[in-house]
Design a protein around this ligand. Sequence first.
Ligand code: FHN
Length: 455
Amino acid sequence: MKRLILSLTILALSAAAQTLPKPLPAPPSQDAKMKWFREAKFGLFIHWGLYAIPEGEWKGQPIAGLGEWIMNRAKIPVAEYELLAKQFNPVKFNADEWVQMAQDAGMKYIVITSKHHDGFAMYHSLVSKYNVFDATPFHRDPLKELALACARRHMPFGFYYSQAQDWHERNGAGNTWDFGPDDQKDYDQYLREKAEPQVKEILTNYGPVCLIWFDTPRMMTKDRGSRFADIVKALQPATLIDGRLGPDSPGDYRSMGDNAIPNQVVAGDWEVPATTNKTWGFKKDDTDWKTPEDMTFKLVDITSKGGNYLLNVGPTKEGVIPQAPQDNLRAVGRWLKVNGDAIYGAGPTPFGDELGHPGGPDRQDKNGRTIPGFIVAKDWRCTTKPGKLYFTIFNWPAGAFEVSKMKGKVTKAYLLADASKKPLKVTQKGDQVSVALPAAAPDKIASVVVMETAQ
Ligand code: FHN
């Protein structure tokens, strides 16, 4: 009997693993819709597509710029680029390993390119044969496998979809080398016949989609944006829309520029998409990996300003996430295991002076706008939860940690790394607080002092 029950349980579990849950119902309010995102703070972005095959090199020449832009940068004709599909066979791809890596890194959502600007669908699309299932020897749907792996592990799963640029299509934006200037294209024909139906597919066949990450909204008018937003609302009302659908389509949260961390606290919901090296799609000669220290600092910094950090990896043509970012992200995950209370669900700093001050050289952004110089201070950051202040200290001071402009009374202080919450000595004079610290920081990356407060 026991045996039978055990076999039935295993059967039920494996059946559950093979089916996707149903999309979530409409959330009762915008706050309810944003809840998981505000809690999550840290997500994994994955840029994976045919561009992983050339690895940043075309006909023996290194091509400058982002790996996933190689078709555009090298002005590769569609007829030539398409041939890459015949070589795409990432036999080392293992969806569970990718999701496990994200979990080890302490990441709380995953967003993957379902179609990037090259127009190639990385899922089994019935709208266009130019997709990973029909056009490659791989003949699998890696996004279905990932959706299932995420469902098994309760990991929110979302899609990047390049709604405007599609270099494979005569009427998509961006491919001027095969198809001529964008302003002479029948852009709505492309939107209606490819982009909109594909967005319907990814919202229909992959279970609950936590968010859709639209990008580079060229030629997106209010009406065009609304058409996508309406599709999302009709098919999965709980799915968030990022901030890059269109200039007149605000989405559910703001997307900052790539790797662009604001200098100050920003109100509302927002996210910084960022790279772990300098490219999004894999490039064999880009090994300029961000260190665990740097990524941890940025995660805490962004959280203390009110945002989320969506950090990218670019898997190889074999389907493997490069080892260096895996190792570095897992180190961030180890830090989060001890110090995650300071991040997940935490709000921004009530202080602000610790973030830095104006100064240093001005710089130009990619649109030629002048960005005034700002000197980022890196000693500590503060994140908050009701009745608690989390001070993540990167530069461990000798003797005591001092804060001014404290509102309310500090009733207790302890190290987050100390499970026993042994109180640290607190001295408060008005809004000046001093907390006695042990000589050595508990963590070499950063250590968190929690202060409990009463008004
Ligand atoms: O052009 C894309 C780029 O390839 C990449 O996908 C990034 C991610 O934020 N978005 C665009 C540039 O901002």
